[in-house]
Design a protein around this ligand. Sequence first.
Ligand SMILES: [Zn+2]
Ligand SMILES: [Zn+2]
Length: 260
Amino acid sequence: MITHFHLDHYGLAGRVKELSGARLYLHEREAHLVRFRYQTPEGFWARMQAWLRQHGAPEAELERLGDGAMTRPVTRAALPDVVLRGGEELAADGRRFRVIFTPGHSPGHVCLYSEAEEILIAGDHVLPTITPNVSLHPDGAENPLGEYLESLRAVAELRVRLVLPAHEYTFGDLPRRVREILEHHAERNRQIIGTIKDRPRTAYEVASLIPWNLGPWETFTAWTRRMALMETLAHLRYLESTGQVRSAAENGIVYWQAGP
Ligand SMILES: [Zn+2]
Ligand SMILES: [Zn+2]
């Protein structure tokens, strides 16, 4: 059972399946991304470059922004034997788990929940100190941050005494961690709106103006800038969906401005 298709979770799934004969469980949206991103990645980077250009990435950075480092390591991209949609009951070693559809960090991210033991296997949905990355992709969900905030609030409603995340360490107080992450995104939204109150800007400009805990924008690698741009775009798309921001294209470049 793979929580989502990112390389650090799914990367060896094909090998493990081959060596063990295990059946692979994955959400249907992730199965689509495996096909699209790992099995037939040829057109993906060209589309990604065009899309980044549209959002203001400078020409000199586009070559490096769009390299294939993200897809190259998957040599045996296996498709799921069992396609998940959320809500399924799975049994393993005497335990029962419910599949909870938690889109946002990835379009088809799922968690596993044991009601009897009050345990949540959280994947990358909720991590104890890292804020899970939520990015807009040219081939991803329409409004990933909107989906993320909704599925984040949903897991806070579950009775959970122990969270088993995929990174860092286990923790107990899920509602508190959910509140912290919600507050982080609210703060990000305020910062982003602040940069486009008086004039329209591209998402790339907005990303270069807001604070990042990695240090100043000038020191970022092309790869980090691309990640920051896609995270910023997830916020802008979310703010557009709530009517706080609007976008307009001019000569093929998209500009964002605060206001309905
Ligand atoms: Zn991930
Ligand atoms: Zn991860």
